[in-house]
Ligand binder design. Structure first.
Ligand SMILES: Cc1cc2nc3c(=O)[nH]c(=O)nc-3n(C[C@H](O)[C@H](O)[C@H](O)COP(=O)(O)OP(=O)(O)OC[C@H]3O[C@@H](n4cnc5c(N)ncnc54)[C@H](O)[C@@H]3O)c2cc1C
Length: 298
């Protein structure tokens, strides 16, 4: 299918984008990598009269470190994130997420900002941003705004972002020394959307007791889900295998999958348990190995 006809703009500054958004309101859509918007337009599920391309806007594509955080421009592609040495060294969870999104074509063009604004419940960044404590910066004619990732995703394809706001930056705190994180995704075949996505970020103390933990799930509910009860099981306790198994079970209880082409609800709940168990073991072992590295340097 082909999209309905539309007028295309390719402005060179954020202020131009903001005035176009103000002028055309709900008739306008921003275009980033186009890997969600264009398929929707071709299927005529979305038919904007005005498409505003962000690709000529300067300074929206970058990865840098500042004030204990990783800062990522909204137009940074999945590939740039997956291959950034800075992200690899400071946030394994984020690098692991970007590298399992779609296929090379999708990763070369799709952007983190587009992915987050689109808010597909199976989008891989959503659980990772919640587990890692991410924040999102947006701009509009009213000024700048910052959202916590946990307040941003309201429902399926629905976020806190208003029609006239542009996502400009994603930030992720760099986890303290004795931390480990991971994103594990079950997919039917390489390049597919997640059947189940599990993100875990935890911090231990020197006795293997869990100081901080966040567990978030993708693709098993109308939007991303935090597994609060499982986190409570782990927090302030020694992270041994029995505790991990209990937390994995509680995480599965928190999931709300539906039966569809990717599997039955029952199967997905069991996969949440299995993948959370694996993710917790991996995150704990990464945190422990960081502890050993630190002890070795003392
Ligand atoms: C074959 C295929 C496989 C895929 N597999 C996966 C997968 O496994 N995992 C996964 O997570 N995703 C997957 N995707 C989706 C992909 O990650 C998209 O790149 C992403 O969802 C949207 O990013 P984009 O830059 O392409 O945004 P676009 O498609 O250009 O835009 C998406 C939406 O976000 C809005 N938008 C874009 N940028 C901004 C901004 N800066 N501020 C405000 N609003 C903005 C647009 O108006 C639009 O509504 C897949 C896509 C395809 C086509």
């Amino acid at each position: 299918m082909v999209p309905k006809s539309f007028e295309y703009f390719s402005p060179g500054s954020l202020s131009e984008v903001l005035s176009l958004l103000r002028k055309y309101k709900d008739d306008a859509r921003l275009l980033a990598g186009g890997h969600s918007l264009i398929p929707l337009m071709k299927l005529r599920l979305v038919s904007p009269k005005y498409v505003i391309d962000l690709r000529k806007i300067p300074n929206l594509s970058y990865v840098r470190e500042k004030g204990g955080k990783l800062l990522i421009g909204a137009m940074t592609t999945h590939r740039q994130i997956a291959t950034s040495p800075l992200i690899r060294s400071k946030s394994e969870i984020l690098a692991e997420t970007a590298e399992v999104i779609g296929d090379p074509q999708v990763r070369n063009l799709g952007t983190i900002g587009g992915s987050i604004a689109h808010a597909d419940p199976a989008g891989d960044y959503l659980p990772t941003l919640l587990a890692a404590g991410g924040q999102l910066k947006a701009i509009s004619v009213r000024g700048q705004k910052t959202f916590k990732a946990e307040d941003f995703f309201h429902d399926m394809f629905t976020t806190a972002l208003k029609q006239d706001e542009i996502l400009t930056e994603i930030s992720v705190p760099i986890a303290p020394a004795l931390s480990g994180g991971t994103y594990l995704k079950l997919e039917r075949k390489s390049g597919d959307f997640a059947v189940v996505g599990v993100a875990v970020q935890l911090t231990l103390d020197e006795s293997n007791v869990c100081n901080r933990v966040k567990i978030a799930l993708g693709a098993v509910g109308p939007t991303v889900i935090r597994a609060f009860e499982a986190e409570n099981v782990l927090r302030a306790n020694t992270v041994d295998d029995a505790l991990i198994n209990e937390a994995a079970k509680r995480t599965s209880d928190a999931s709300e999958p539906i039966s569809d082409l990717r599997g039955s609800a029952e199967y997905k709940k069991e996969m949440v348990r299995v993948f959370t168990q694996r993710a917790l073991v991996k995150a704990r072992d990464r945190a422990r190995s960081n502890l050993h590295k630190i002890s070795g340097t003392r």
